[in-house]
Design a protein around this ligand. Structure first.
Ligand code: P6P
Length: 334
């Protein structure tokens, strides 16, 4: 199988998916169709975001989500759009969404896949025109087809992911995803309604000099994280924190760097969600040569027990993640 067949920049997403499927003679096309369904929803959400300032769809929705966070109108719209695309696509039997308390059964009992999704992460940035993103993971169901997805189908370790990706709605809109054979980035051309391969076979630099962390909570950070942040300052690193995970992650993925959201007094288990933020980005970063831990354990080895459980996250260039771990371990031995 020529998995590393390099397709030229400018290849459309559709053609890329089709050619990659040819590398798997037994692939029956469902995962390919599922990726297309996600791309379609990303195009629709992109259009809504770009019009938000003109229509009354920005700002708060007036309700809170399962996390107790103020839902933004575009959060709700994105959630509806992705659920509808996945339901209509027919490949997904159940969905975990940041915006929904419980598992969403799509009614596609023959669907082979589960999707865990944050439909619009960083949405508090919508009104101030900062990049935001959709983050997703795809798992194969463990239960037999023919019935609803089960909680066991949904609570799978990150190592069980068959695909993961994100859509970043920024100065340009990009879809970046992996199916376990490298990471590829596609840039959206709205005038043509197509995603085109623009970042083939993304590899993250082994190290970098950018650290992304909200140091407002530093007084309650673990000692090892505090020491690592001081190490960054002593070595003249640059602090870059957009407050939008997908934006910080994407920059660090391409240029090298590290994103840290540790356990804090306000978020004793970290703020970010394991199933549709940490695992998704961990799969991508590992496929690009990077690392993702909770400060000690590999993110993708964590056994989930709750749909919306949180985890501390240390993710990015492998040498930088290792350095954090060094400080965290020395904290333990002190
Ligand atoms: P804080 C957005 O709410 C988010 O989930 C990530 O996108 C972002 O990196 C983080 O939380 C920001 O959290 O506590 O720094 O405002």
């Amino acid at each position: 199988m020529n998995l590393n067949l390099a397709l030229p920049v400018g290849t459309t997403l559709d053609r890329f998916i089709m050619r990659k499927q040819e590398d798997f003679p037994y692939a029956s096309g469902e995962l390919s169709q599922l990726l297309r369904d996600i791309a379609l929803a990303g195009k629709i959400v992109n259009r809504e975001i770009n019009r938000a300032g003109l229509l009354d769809i920005s700002g708060a929705y007036g309700q809170q989500n399962v996390q107790g966070e103020e839902q933004q109108k575009l959060d709700v719209i994105a959630n509806i759009r992705f659920i509808r695309a996945l339901r209509n696509g027919g490949e997904v039997c159940a969905i975990i969404s940041e915006e929904e308390d419980e598992v969403i059964q799509t009614g596609n009992t023959k669907g082979k896949y589960i999707v865990a999704i944050d439909p619009l992460d960083g949405s508090s940035n919508i009104d101030v025109n900062v990049s935001i993103g959709t983050i997703f993971s795809i798992y194969r169901r463990k239960s037999e087809v023919g019935c609803d997805g089960t909680i066991e189908d949904c609570l799978q370790k990150g190592t069980e992911q068959v695909a993961a990706g994100y859509v970043i709605y920024g100065s340009s809109t990009m879809l970046v995803y992996t199916t376990g054979h490298g990471v590829n980035g596609f840039t959206y051309e709205p005038s043509l309604g197509e995603f085109f391969l623009s970042h083939p076979d993304i590899k993250t630099p082994a190290t970098g000099n950018v650290y992304s962390c909200n140091e407002g909570g530093v007084n309650s950070f673990p000692e090892g994280v505090k020491q690592y942040l001081n190490y960054c300052k002593d070595n003249g690193y640059s602090a870059r924190y957009i407050g939008s995970l997908v934006a910080d992650f994407h920059r660090n993925l391409l240029k090298g760097g590290i994103y840290i959201y540790p356990a804090t007094a306000k978020a004793p288990n970290g703020k970010l969600r394991l199933m549709y933020e940490c695992n998704s980005l961990a799969f991508i970063v590992e496929q690009a040569g990077g690392k993702a831990t909770d400060g000690a354990r590999r993110i993708m080895e964590i056994d989930p027990t709750e749909l919306h459980q949180r985890s501390p996250l240390v993710i990015g260039s492998p040498e930088m993640v290792d350095k954090v771990q060094e400080f965290m371990q020395s904290e333990v031995t002190v």
